[in-house]
Design a protein around this ligand. Structure first.
Ligand code: OOG
Ligand code: MG
Length: 252
Protein backbone atom coordinates (compact mmCIF):
# COMPACT_ATOMS: atom_id res chain seq x y z
CA UNK A 1 0.00 0.00 0.00
CA UNK A 2 1.33 3.44 -0.95
CA UNK A 3 0.65 5.33 2.31
CA UNK A 4 1.12 8.84 0.93
CA UNK A 5 -0.96 8.15 -2.14
CA UNK A 6 -3.84 6.78 -0.03
CA UNK A 7 -3.67 9.71 2.42
CA UNK A 8 -3.63 12.22 -0.44
CA UNK A 9 -6.64 10.57 -2.12
CA UNK A 10 -8.64 10.76 1.13
CA UNK A 11 -7.70 14.41 1.71
CA UNK A 12 -8.65 15.24 -1.88
CA UNK A 13 -12.01 13.53 -1.37
CA UNK A 14 -12.49 15.75 1.70
CA UNK A 15 -11.59 19.03 0.02
CA UNK A 16 -13.50 18.29 -3.20
CA UNK A 17 -16.46 16.74 -1.24
CA UNK A 18 -16.40 13.82 -3.66
CA UNK A 19 -16.58 10.26 -2.34
CA UNK A 20 -14.05 7.64 -3.44
CA UNK A 21 -14.16 3.83 -3.54
CA UNK A 22 -12.96 1.84 -0.54
CA UNK A 23 -9.16 1.55 -0.41
CA UNK A 24 -9.50 -2.10 0.67
CA UNK A 25 -11.27 -2.89 -2.60
CA UNK A 26 -8.05 -2.06 -4.47
CA UNK A 27 -5.57 -3.68 -2.14
CA UNK A 28 -5.65 -5.46 1.20
CA UNK A 29 -3.92 -3.65 4.07
CA UNK A 30 -3.85 -4.18 7.83
CA UNK A 31 -4.94 -1.94 10.68
CA UNK A 32 -1.38 -0.75 11.45
CA UNK A 33 -1.08 0.44 7.85
CA UNK A 34 -4.49 2.08 8.22
CA UNK A 35 -3.27 4.11 11.22
CA UNK A 36 -0.18 5.11 9.23
CA UNK A 37 -2.39 6.36 6.38
CA UNK A 38 -4.46 8.30 8.94
CA UNK A 39 -1.34 9.85 10.50
CA UNK A 40 0.02 10.82 7.07
CA UNK A 41 -3.29 12.43 6.07
CA UNK A 42 -3.48 14.48 9.25
CA UNK A 43 0.19 15.47 8.86
CA UNK A 44 -0.69 16.86 5.42
CA UNK A 45 -3.48 18.91 7.00
CA UNK A 46 -1.11 20.25 9.66
CA UNK A 47 1.36 21.19 6.90
CA UNK A 48 -1.42 23.26 5.36
CA UNK A 49 -1.75 25.22 8.63
CA UNK A 50 -4.34 23.34 10.65
CA UNK A 51 -3.60 22.85 14.35
CA UNK A 52 -4.07 19.61 16.23
CA UNK A 53 -6.89 19.99 18.78
CA UNK A 54 -7.48 16.50 20.11
CA UNK A 55 -8.63 12.97 19.44
CA UNK A 56 -11.82 11.01 18.91
CA UNK A 57 -12.95 7.53 19.73
CA UNK A 58 -15.32 5.69 17.43
CA UNK A 59 -17.57 2.63 17.52
CA UNK A 60 -17.58 2.67 21.33
CA UNK A 61 -21.31 1.94 21.53
CA UNK A 62 -23.20 -1.13 20.34
CA UNK A 63 -25.60 1.11 18.42
CA UNK A 64 -22.75 2.58 16.35
CA UNK A 65 -20.99 -0.74 15.79
CA UNK A 66 -24.27 -2.27 14.60
CA UNK A 67 -25.05 0.70 12.34
CA UNK A 68 -21.66 0.55 10.61
CA UNK A 69 -21.14 -3.25 10.71
CA UNK A 70 -17.69 -2.80 12.28
CA UNK A 71 -17.21 -3.77 15.92
CA UNK A 72 -13.74 -2.67 16.98
CA UNK A 73 -13.06 0.51 18.88
CA UNK A 74 -11.19 3.03 16.68
CA UNK A 75 -9.08 6.16 17.27
CA UNK A 76 -8.94 9.32 15.16
CA UNK A 77 -7.39 12.78 15.20
CA UNK A 78 -9.12 16.18 15.50
CA UNK A 79 -7.87 19.52 14.17
CA UNK A 80 -9.02 23.08 14.81
CA UNK A 81 -10.42 23.31 11.27
CA UNK A 82 -13.10 20.78 12.25
CA UNK A 83 -14.45 22.90 15.12
CA UNK A 84 -17.94 24.36 14.69
CA UNK A 85 -18.89 26.94 17.33
CA UNK A 86 -21.64 26.02 19.77
CA UNK A 87 -24.76 27.74 18.37
CA UNK A 88 -22.97 28.28 15.05
CA UNK A 89 -23.79 27.39 11.46
CA UNK A 90 -22.17 25.11 8.96
CA UNK A 91 -22.98 24.49 5.29
CA UNK A 92 -24.18 21.20 3.82
CA UNK A 93 -21.92 21.90 0.81
CA UNK A 94 -18.86 21.53 3.04
CA UNK A 95 -19.56 17.80 3.36
CA UNK A 96 -20.24 14.72 1.21
CA UNK A 97 -23.03 12.98 3.19
CA UNK A 98 -22.75 14.22 6.79
CA UNK A 99 -24.26 12.57 9.84
CA UNK A 100 -24.33 13.76 13.45
CA UNK A 101 -23.93 11.86 16.70
CA UNK A 102 -24.47 12.64 20.39
CA UNK A 103 -21.20 12.54 22.31
CA UNK A 104 -19.40 13.51 25.53
CA UNK A 105 -16.17 15.54 25.35
CA UNK A 106 -13.28 15.54 27.81
CA UNK A 107 -10.81 18.42 28.18
CA UNK A 108 -7.44 17.15 29.43
CA UNK A 109 -5.24 18.92 31.97
CA UNK A 110 -2.44 16.33 31.85
CA UNK A 111 -1.08 13.96 29.20
CA UNK A 112 -2.30 10.34 29.03
CA UNK A 113 -0.63 7.45 27.29
CA UNK A 114 -0.62 3.68 27.22
CA UNK A 115 -2.31 1.36 29.69
CA UNK A 116 -4.22 3.56 32.12
CA UNK A 117 -7.21 2.65 34.27
CA UNK A 118 -10.45 4.64 34.00
CA UNK A 119 -9.53 6.17 37.41
CA UNK A 120 -6.14 7.31 36.09
CA UNK A 121 -7.87 8.68 32.99
CA UNK A 122 -10.27 10.59 35.24
CA UNK A 123 -7.40 12.25 37.10
CA UNK A 124 -6.24 13.82 33.80
CA UNK A 125 -9.65 15.40 33.09
CA UNK A 126 -10.02 19.14 33.52
CA UNK A 127 -13.67 19.42 32.40
CA UNK A 128 -16.45 17.59 30.56
CA UNK A 129 -19.03 18.85 28.08
CA UNK A 130 -21.95 17.73 25.95
CA UNK A 131 -20.71 17.46 22.35
CA UNK A 132 -21.86 16.71 18.82
CA UNK A 133 -19.72 15.05 16.22
CA UNK A 134 -20.28 15.50 12.48
CA UNK A 135 -18.99 12.45 10.65
CA UNK A 136 -18.63 12.31 6.88
CA UNK A 137 -17.14 9.17 5.37
CA UNK A 138 -14.99 9.84 2.34
CA UNK A 139 -16.18 6.48 0.95
CA UNK A 140 -19.12 6.01 -1.42
CA UNK A 141 -22.39 5.22 0.37
CA UNK A 142 -20.74 5.60 3.81
CA UNK A 143 -19.58 1.96 3.53
CA UNK A 144 -16.20 0.72 4.71
CA UNK A 145 -14.20 -1.99 6.47
CA UNK A 146 -12.40 -1.40 9.78
CA UNK A 147 -9.13 -0.70 7.93
CA UNK A 148 -10.83 1.69 5.50
CA UNK A 149 -12.47 3.79 8.23
CA UNK A 150 -9.28 4.01 10.31
CA UNK A 151 -7.36 5.22 7.23
CA UNK A 152 -10.13 7.79 6.70
CA UNK A 153 -9.47 9.31 10.15
CA UNK A 154 -12.59 7.56 11.46
CA UNK A 155 -14.88 9.74 9.30
CA UNK A 156 -13.97 12.82 11.39
CA UNK A 157 -15.34 15.99 9.79
CA UNK A 158 -16.61 18.35 12.49
CA UNK A 159 -17.31 18.70 16.18
CA UNK A 160 -19.21 21.08 18.44
CA UNK A 161 -18.51 21.39 22.16
CA UNK A 162 -21.04 22.76 24.66
CA UNK A 163 -20.33 24.58 27.90
CA UNK A 164 -17.58 22.97 29.98
CA UNK A 165 -18.75 21.44 33.25
CA UNK A 166 -16.83 20.37 36.36
CA UNK A 167 -14.99 17.09 35.99
CA UNK A 168 -16.53 15.69 39.19
CA UNK A 169 -19.99 15.28 37.63
CA UNK A 170 -20.61 11.53 37.37
CA UNK A 171 -20.95 10.73 33.66
CA UNK A 172 -21.66 6.99 34.13
CA UNK A 173 -25.31 7.11 33.10
CA UNK A 174 -26.62 10.45 31.80
CA UNK A 175 -29.70 10.70 29.59
CA UNK A 176 -28.93 12.10 26.11
CA UNK A 177 -31.54 13.45 23.67
CA UNK A 178 -30.58 14.42 20.12
CA UNK A 179 -33.11 16.77 18.50
CA UNK A 180 -33.64 17.98 14.92
CA UNK A 181 -35.70 21.18 14.80
CA UNK A 182 -36.98 20.51 18.32
CA UNK A 183 -38.01 16.89 17.63
CA UNK A 184 -36.17 14.01 19.32
CA UNK A 185 -34.45 11.80 16.74
CA UNK A 186 -32.22 9.71 19.02
CA UNK A 187 -32.49 9.02 22.74
CA UNK A 188 -29.76 7.25 24.68
CA UNK A 189 -27.47 7.20 27.67
CA UNK A 190 -23.79 7.89 28.23
CA UNK A 191 -23.65 4.36 29.68
CA UNK A 192 -23.87 3.10 26.07
CA UNK A 193 -20.29 4.38 25.57
CA UNK A 194 -18.26 1.29 26.59
CA UNK A 195 -20.38 1.04 29.74
CA UNK A 196 -18.83 4.32 30.98
CA UNK A 197 -17.33 7.20 28.93
CA UNK A 198 -14.21 7.17 31.14
CA UNK A 199 -13.43 3.70 29.73
CA UNK A 200 -13.40 5.27 26.30
CA UNK A 201 -10.87 7.87 27.47
CA UNK A 202 -8.67 5.08 28.87
CA UNK A 203 -8.96 3.24 25.53
CA UNK A 204 -7.98 6.46 23.72
CA UNK A 205 -4.77 6.62 25.77
CA UNK A 206 -3.96 3.05 24.75
CA UNK A 207 -4.71 3.57 21.05
CA UNK A 208 -2.81 6.87 21.03
CA UNK A 209 0.34 5.08 22.14
CA UNK A 210 -0.22 2.33 19.57
CA UNK A 211 -0.46 5.13 17.02
CA UNK A 212 2.84 6.65 18.15
CA UNK A 213 1.51 9.59 20.16
CA UNK A 214 0.05 10.53 23.53
CA UNK A 215 -3.07 12.44 24.51
CA UNK A 216 -1.81 15.94 25.36
CA UNK A 217 -2.85 18.43 28.04
CA UNK A 218 -5.25 20.91 26.46
CA UNK A 219 -6.65 18.35 24.02
CA UNK A 220 -10.32 17.56 23.58
CA UNK A 221 -11.20 13.86 23.43
CA UNK A 222 -14.58 12.75 22.06
CA UNK A 223 -15.75 9.52 23.69
CA UNK A 224 -17.83 8.25 20.74
CA UNK A 225 -21.48 8.34 19.72
CA UNK A 226 -23.93 7.06 22.33
CA UNK A 227 -26.56 6.22 19.69
CA UNK A 228 -26.67 5.55 15.95
CA UNK A 229 -25.79 8.61 13.84
CA UNK A 230 -28.48 10.66 12.07
CA UNK A 231 -28.16 11.95 8.49
CA UNK A 232 -28.05 15.74 8.18
CA UNK A 233 -30.15 17.71 5.70
CA UNK A 234 -30.19 21.44 4.96
CA UNK A 235 -32.30 23.61 7.24
CA UNK A 236 -31.76 21.47 10.33
CA UNK A 237 -31.26 22.93 13.79
CA UNK A 238 -29.43 20.24 15.75
CA UNK A 239 -29.46 20.16 19.51
CA UNK A 240 -28.20 17.71 22.10
CA UNK A 241 -29.42 17.82 25.69
CA UNK A 242 -27.38 15.83 28.20
CA UNK A 243 -28.68 15.34 31.72
CA UNK A 244 -26.63 17.37 34.24
CA UNK A 245 -24.27 18.70 31.51
CA UNK A 246 -26.64 20.92 29.51
CA UNK A 247 -27.01 21.57 25.80
CA UNK A 248 -24.99 22.03 22.64
CA UNK A 249 -26.18 22.80 19.14
CA UNK A 250 -25.58 24.09 15.63
CA UNK A 251 -27.53 24.50 12.44
CA UNK A 252 -26.85 23.40 8.89
C1 OOG B 1 -17.00 5.89 12.00
C2 OOG B 1 -16.82 6.85 13.13
C3 OOG B 1 -17.56 6.41 14.36
C4 OOG B 1 -18.39 7.12 16.65
O1 OOG B 1 -18.61 8.04 17.45
O2 OOG B 1 -18.73 5.95 16.87
C5 OOG B 1 -17.69 7.48 15.39
C6 OOG B 1 -18.31 6.07 11.28
O3 OOG B 1 -19.35 5.68 11.81
O4 OOG B 1 -18.30 6.59 10.15
O5 OOG B 1 -17.30 8.59 15.26
MG1 MG C 1 -18.19 9.94 16.76
Amino acid sequence: MDILKAATALNQATSSTTAIGQLSAEQHFDVDTAYRIQAAGVAQRLDRGEKRSGAKMGLTSRAKAAQMGVDDVIYGRLTDAMLVEDGGKTALEAFIHPRVEPEIAFLLKAPLSGNVSPAQAYSAVEAIAPALEIIDSRYTNFMFSLDDVVADNCSAAGYVVGPWCRADIDVANLGMILEFNGRPVQIGSSAAILGHPMRSLAAAARLALASGEQLEAGWIVLAGGATAAEGLGAGTAVRLCVEKLGQVGFSI
